[in-house]
Design a protein around this ligand. Structure first.
Ligand code: PHE
Length: 452
């Protein structure tokens, strides 16, 4: 009853899966969010908790998603349905896939807006707009952009269009081809920017900031942020890895493949931090500047450093590529689902979902200006509500349900067959998805919902 191949296509090799999954995982979360939440939460202590969350929850959950996808060989919705049925469980488990596809679509809405900011900074850097600029000037430029819906609309549209152009061509001609070029480019650019940061002579300071463990800085909130971020940065809890796993060959080992992706994603986040903080410190700026770290602090720094324009330009190209390959994976679950459910061609599914995602992005970008009075949840605007509801509620909830699915719903022999680990490794995996991950996620969710 289970399928051998996905109707959407199959990755050319195990490496293509690794690059695609890494492309999904490495995104704004690594280069924009991770450094600034590290800065806000005091550095070292936060990084340690983040690493623990990645190892304890991230890796086992990524394995769970990939195995469900590879077994089901369809969109997350239908994979969950068939894999549940195979174990004699209700089809209703497909609802978890729907929740995930919806989350991906909602994230795409605001992700594309931020991706648009990044693209616009690429163009500003190319023109040298920040050369010699002071913090006030760049700060004003950033708020000026937020206040200008037309400008944001243009860049958001370019970003959304760039994503759909790749997606419409399918798994092999679209995703695989783009990823084969973009991922090596991403790693090269990261090394170049890292080398530049090294040349500032402030690497030591950055290193201390990120890795000195000072327990007094560890707050309960920092732990929550770290766990939530572990989901976001690894693209977990919404079925991305189920979709990408459904295109993976039977031969590849899920454990070592997932481990490679997790390690690469974590390395990129750490190296991004080690590329950004020296530049911040070299200019005597504040590492705790929050979301403005990348859009205000860094451009000021680049604008006042030797060869800053060119390296600043390369830096934003790097961030743009990272955001782009992640955006692709945000839409893949819903596109695959719509193609299967309504039996339509991929281009039509892309058109409909792409337009809808683009409109959602417009609502999100208007919330910075024209619609700034519209408050949805807890006084948050549209953009912030989308961010909060997806990253802090939908992804952890999706992750919890997927852990329960892999740990309790699927028959043991099926997960064992799919993972083909040694008995000890399998036991360790099973204990984490059955006990450790669910308990930790419930703690985080309850805290999110009732105490924040
Ligand atoms: N992991 C991506 C990032 O770090 C975001 C993402 C989340 C992508 C969920 C796909 C699915 O930016």
């Amino acid at each position: 009853m289970l399928k051998k191949e996905s109707l959407h296509g199959m990755w050319g090799s195990r490496w293509v899966f690794i690059m695609a999954a890494t492309g999904s995982a490495v995104g704004l979360g690594n280069i924009w969010k991770f450094p600034y939440i590290t800065g806000e939460n005091g550095g070292g202590a936060f990084v340690l908790v983040y690493l623990i969350c990645i190892a304890l929850i991230g890796l086992p959950l990524m394995m769970a998603e990939v195995l469900i996808g590879r077994r089901g060989r369809q969109s997350p919705v239908n994979s969950l349905r068939d894999v549940a049925e195979e174990s004699g469980q209700p089809k209703a488990w497909q609802a978890v896939g729907l929740l995930g596809a919806l989350a991906g679509f909602l994230i795409f809405g605001f992700y594309s807006v931020v991706g648009g900011w990044v693209f616009s900074y690429v163009s500003e850097m190319a023109q040298g707009s920040f050369n010699g600029a002071g913090a006030d000037q760049v700060g004003d430029a950033f708020s000026g952009m937020l206040a200008d819906p037309k400008r944001m609309l243009i860049w958001h549209s370019i970003f959304a269009f760039a994503s759909m152009v790749v997606l419409v061509r399918g798994v092999n001609d679209g995703l695989e081809r783009a990823i084969r070029i973009l991922m090596p480019a991403l790693f090269i650019l990261l090394l170049v920017v890292f080398g530049y940061a090294f040349s500032t002579g402030h690497m030591g300071e950055a290193f201390h900031f990120m890795f000195d463990f000072s327990p007094e800085k560890l707050t309960a909130n920092a732990v929550l942020v770290a766990l939530g971020h572990a989901f976001f940065t690894l693209s977990l809890g919404m079925g991305t890895m189920i979709a990408y796993g459904s295109y993976m060959t039977k031969k590849a080992s899920i454990g070592s493949t997932a481990l490679t992706v997790v390690v690469l994603d974590t390395l990129v986040a750490l190296v991004a931090g080690l590329a950004i903080f020296p530049i911040v410190f070299a200019n005597n700026m504040d590492p705790g500047a929050g979301p403005g770290l990348m859009f205000v602090t860094l451009p000021v720094a680049f604008g006042n450093m030797p060869m800053g324009q060119i390296f600043g330009f390369l830096f934003f190209v790097l961030v743009g590529i990272a955001a782009w390959t992640s955006a692709l994976s945000l839409m893949e679950p819903s596109i695959a689902f719509v193609v299967e459910r309504f039996n339509i061609k991929r281009p039509l599914a892309c058109l409909v979902l792409g337009l809808a995602g683009w409109l959602l992005g417009i609502a999100a970008l208007l919330s910075f200006n024209v619609w700034s009075d519209v408050h949805l949840l807890m006084g948050k605007g549209i953009f912030d509500t989308l961010d909060y509801v997806t990253a802090n509620i939908m992804l952890p909830l999706g992750g919890l349900l997927i852990a329960i699915f892999a740990g309790y719903v699927m028959l043991r022999r099926f997960t064992q067959e799919e993972l083909s680990l040694s008995e000890g490794q399998y036991q360790a995996w099973r204990i984490t998805v059955r006990y450790i991950a669910p308990v930790l996620v419930v703690i985080v969710l309850v805290n999110q919902l009732f105490f924040s």
